[in-house]
Write a new protein. Structure first.
Length: 190
């Protein structure tokens, strides 16, 4: 299978036609068609977009070896729980998708794809959702009140919004991965 065929199989995996896939990636449908037909290969920027939007394993895309996705099954399950909670809050608060998308600076179609589990929820978007919904990010990680109180006492003096903003702006991807791992360990202990 060529890189072009893997690109097409990725689009098929998510059930997009070429026009929809182009919108999700902010490309033209002609570019999608050219890549799939083998007239051109995906650029470095397109490959990075695929990684960021869908958590595609770049080695798989380039060589065909390994798994299509870098995200583990456990990570996907956690992401589904988080998205489910976001959907519930949007429904309960009777929020408008268009307003949320505008606030997130995200096309409404992409927001719907995320909330339908068809597009990756990035850490940046999760932080932005917390800001928009005016909730503590721990809501998504910890379900038990006592654990939330414990975590709040350990981070006393640091506003959650301030911390999230600093992480979003300055934390390198490796640090974000380490933080995610530690938070998942805390979740598993509770």
């Amino acid at each position: 299978m060529t890189i072009n065929e893997r690109f097409k199989s990725l689009r098929d995996h998510f059930g997009y036609n070429q026009i929809q896939f182009a919108k999700v990636l902010n490309l033209t449908s002609g570019m999608i068609s050219s890549i799939e037909s083998g007239d051109r290969e995906p650029s470095k920027n397109v490959i990075i977009l695929l990684y960021r939007q869908f958590n595609i394993d770049i080695t798989w895309l380039l060589t065909g070896t390994g798994e299509m996705f870098t995200q583990s099954d456990k990570d996907r399950e956690i992401e589904k729980v988080i998205i489910s909670k976001i959907n519930t809050m949007i429904y309960e608060r009777k929020l408008n998708y268009a307003d949320i998308a505008k606030t997130l600076n995200l096309p409404e179609e992409n927001l719907k794809l995320i909330l339908d589990y068809k597009q990756k929820l990035t850490i940046r978007l999760l932080v932005d959702f917390c800001y928009i919904l005016d909730i503590d990010a721990n809501y998504f990680i910890l379900d038990r009140k006592e654990n939330l109180e414990k975590l709040k006492s350990e981070t006393e003096g640091v506003a959650p919004d301030e911390l999230a903003d600093l992480l979003r702006r300055y934390a390198p991807p490796q640090l974000m991965s380490e933080i995610k791992e530690k938070l998942l360990k805390i979740k598993n202990l509770t």
